[in-house]
Design a protein around this ligand. Structure first.
Ligand code: ZN
Length: 748
């Protein structure tokens, strides 16, 4: 947000090249000679009253952003004509034909007309003006996926009705049709349930929120909360319906239930007391699966939810439900026994299937996070695959529908720039990464791939406290996702999208919406020099325009012409200069040591999920993560030891070996039990060099583990790390394997 705004490709120059700047890219679009002019009192007509929402939408858009309205007229003579036509087939499809004095949108259904209106909006110049000139076009268009969605978590932080409507408009403007409203969680219950007033009088408020990233550095002690009345919900649902958007409410069960338990403690296994949580993560207190009162409660809640939301789907969560309480609860254990269930996972399955049956009987289908696959999938459930794609693949292969929302590509709460500019939950997903997402996994046959309904961007709000930050997190990644979901797979092209995005940046400004300019971040690579005796810093422009500048320390920027040689530890900064102004800054602090750029070998490759930015070589690339987990430097090994062999190339004198490690227990990442160092001159016969289990813990859950010794001459150094193995019962992630994370081995 602090970036200097630079726009070097202007709308008119692009159109002069005969390029249309429509996002998402239409199936077929042709630009013709001539223009169509839209100004005050340009006529608009509809072929029937069912098209009024489309007419209202364009009228409100023009009024709000350009300051004028169209004149509604009847008959098809001139101006903008919206026509339902039986010749148009295919749900949500439309065609546009324009001439000097007419602009005709035709479709077989009202939603198609609405998407034609969105395309018209994309053709408008993104600068306020009283006369809007748009090129003449012929367009034929329809969506690739049926389900095109965005999610918003209003529990971790509450967002008012006005912003929810704005968010729905953002979906509409991107031809998306599903809004997943995450209404209940540990940190707040956000929907009025008349039968249980304490859900909102107690459950909608917490007495503080942690400061900093979980587990936090303190508490702000500020009461936070809010909820939507049923009248407000109806108003929002109607608003969305006018934009052809279904709202899918999420009522979390059996986990993420703290706010409900704080309101009605008898619904938990222990009876409480419970509180609306002030911190984040996963909590052990969940709905008791052995108590009939819980099912009665949830069924009554569902009975009030169903009439409010016309969508055929109800999301019931089902994720991150620890089994600790159920294991100790006599009622839960009795339920397991009475129903001949194998364990607590089957008890979770019993819980979900029982609720599914109830919801199915009311004519609705459930959606659940991919954990609902554990212990047997409910028969008609739709799976939302978030922990990678496996959930979606398993669902599709067993004939269940799936919606893809993997953390790898579409978690829009993750950082989108390496130089994180404000606190986020961590992770690192660039706009290009989101754009590269393919919702249909390769492993599926053509028949199976029909079960992939589409995909959705998720916006969890632990670290998103206000509307501007929501916008900043979703733009431009939601815009990239809209093209993934709407446009034909073979038409997707990052270079083309990037060019069209320049105009969309101006449109965000027109909307007065916040957005990230991280796509101007320079790309860099640290490579060994040609004889592996040192490091080079190679920089690459993300766009064609501009030139790269760099500086050492506090020096002056100078033009970059070739990879920069790194001879000693130093901080370097690079930027992309466009039209004489620098854009985003790329800062790197290099730690140059005796192993920098040297050859190395791993006993086993890291997990494909954590390969580090530079692969194995990243362990000697001179870069140490400065912000913990959010860095892409880490190499991670799951449940296994690792041994690293470094070849210094020739005998060299050394006196210390230090590893830079991550120990973030909440994410199941643990420091190694110990590290052991050995030396060799031939790479075959080794002598012991020392062993340590001490960690010097530093900021962001990082730490240094290492040994010092009297100077010794050696060519090879072998370092072994002992993975702590299965996580013990009293630690986060108990029962799972430990991750081992390393990003640099420093040798002096
Ligand atoms: Zn229980």
């Amino acid at each position: 947000m602090k970036y200097l705004l630079i726009f070097f490709l202007v709308f008119n120059s692009l159109q002069a090249l005969g390029q249309l700047n429509i996002i998402p890219q239409p199936v077929k679009a042709e630009i013709k000679q001539g223009n169509f002019i839209i100004k005050e009192n340009t006529g608009i007509s509809i072929s029937g009253e069912e098209l009024r929402p489309s007419l209202n939408f364009i009228q409100e858009y023009l009024k709000k952003f350009y300051g004028f309205s169209l004149k509604e007229q009847s008959g098809n003579t001139e101006g903008i004509q919206l026509i339902l036509h039986s010749k148009n087939k295919g749900a949500e499809s439309y065609t546009i034909n324009s001439g000097n004095n007419r602009f005709i949108i035709e479709a077989g259904d009202a939603a198609g007309i609405f998407y034609g209106i969105q395309t018209l909006i994309q053709l408008l110049p993104p600068k306020k003006s009283s006369t809007l000139t748009i090129p003449l076009v012929t367009i034929e268009d329809y969506p690739r996926f049926k389900y095109r969605g965005l999610h918003l978590d209003v529990s971790r932080h509450f967002f008012p009705v006005d912003f929810i409507k704005k968010y729905i408009d953002y979906l509409a403007l991107h031809k998306m049709n599903s809004f997943h409203w995450h209404l209940t969680d540990d940190q707040g219950w956000r929907i009025e349930i008349k039968k249980y007033p304490k859900l909102t009088s107690v459950g909608a408020y917490r007495n503080g929120t942690i400061t900093g990233r979980f587990p936090g550095t303190g508490n702000d002690n500020i009461r936070h909360g809010g909820f939507y009345t049923q009248d407000e919900i109806k108003e929002v649902v109607a608003y969305a319906a006018d934009r052809y958007i279904q709202i899918i409410p999420e009522i979390e069960m059996p986990g993420h239930a703290s706010a409900a338990l704080a309101s009605y403690p008898q619904l938990g296994c222990t009876g409480g007391p419970y509180e609306v949580q002030q911190t984040f993560g996963v909590f052990e207190d969940v709905f008791c699966a052995g108590n009939e009162l819980v099912f009665e409660f949830l069924q009554n809640v569902i009975d009030e939810i169903i009439p409010l939301f016309p969508s055929k789907y109800i999301h019931i969560g089902g994720d991150e439900c620890p089994k600790t309480r159920w294991k100790q609860c006599p009622r839960c254990q009795k339920r397991i026994k009475d129903n001949s269930l194998k364990d607590e996972y089957e008890l979770q399955s019993y819980f979900i299937q029982r609720m599914e049956k109830y919801i199915n009987n009311k004519g609705k289908t459930i959606i659940g996070w991919d954990e609902i696959l554990e212990g047997g999938l409910a028969p008609n459930a739709v799976v939302m695959s978030w922990r990678g794609e496996e959930g979606g693949i398993t669902a599709a292969k067993s004939g269940h529908y799936a919606i893809m929302t993997p953390t790898s590509h579409v978690y829009l709460d993750y950082s989108q720039t390496r130089n994180e500019d404000s606190l986020t939950i961590g992770g690192y997903i660039t706009t290009e990464k989101t754009y590269s997402y393919e919702p249909v996994p390769e492993q599926l046959t053509e028949a199976e791939s029909k079960y992939i309904l589409g995909a959705q961007g998720n916006v969890w709000t632990e670290y998103i406290k206000n509307p501007a930050k929501v916008e900043y997190q979703i733009f431009p990644r939601a815009t990239a996702l809209s093209e993934v979901l709407w446009s034909k797979k073979e038409d997707r092209n990052w270079e083309s999208f990037k060019n069209r995005l320049m105009v969309q940046f101006d449109r965000y400004k027109l909307w007065n919406a916040s957005f990230s300019l991280a796509i101007f971040d320079l790309k860099d690579e640290i490579i060994p020099n040609k004889d592996s005796t040192g490091l080079l810093w190679k920089l690459e422009k993300p766009v064609n325009e501009g030139r790269i500048l760099f500086k050492r320390g506090n020096g002056n920027f100078i033009p970059y012409t070739m990879p920069v040689e790194l001879k000693e530890s130093d901080s370097l900064t690079a930027t992309l200069e466009i039209n004489g102004s620098p854009s985003t800054l790329l800062k790197r602090t290099f730690h140059i040591h005796k192993a920098s750029g040297k050859k190395l070998y791993l006993s086993s490759p890291p997990s494909p999920y954590y390969t580090g930015k530079n692969g194995a070589y990243g362990l000697v690339d001179g870069i140490l993560s400065e912000k913990g987990r959010s860095s892409d430097e880490w190499l991670g090994w799951y449940g296994m030891d690792v041994r690293i062999l470094i070849d210094l190339g020739r005998q060299s004198e050394i006196s210390s070996v230090i590893a830079h490690l991550l120990g973030m227990e909440s994410d199941h990442i643990y420091f190694p039990d110990f590290m052991e160092v050995e030396f060799s001159d031939d790479g075959k016969n080794f002598t012991a060099g020392g062993k340590t289990s001490e960690v010097d813990v530093q900021s962001f859950h990082m730490g240094l583990m290492g040994i010092s010794f009297s100077p010794i001459a050696t060519r090879y150094i072998r370092i072994s790390f002992k993975n702590p193995g299965i996580i013990p019962a009293d630690k986060p992630g108990a029962g799972n394997k430990s991750w081992l994370f390393i990003d640099e081995i420093l040798i002096e």
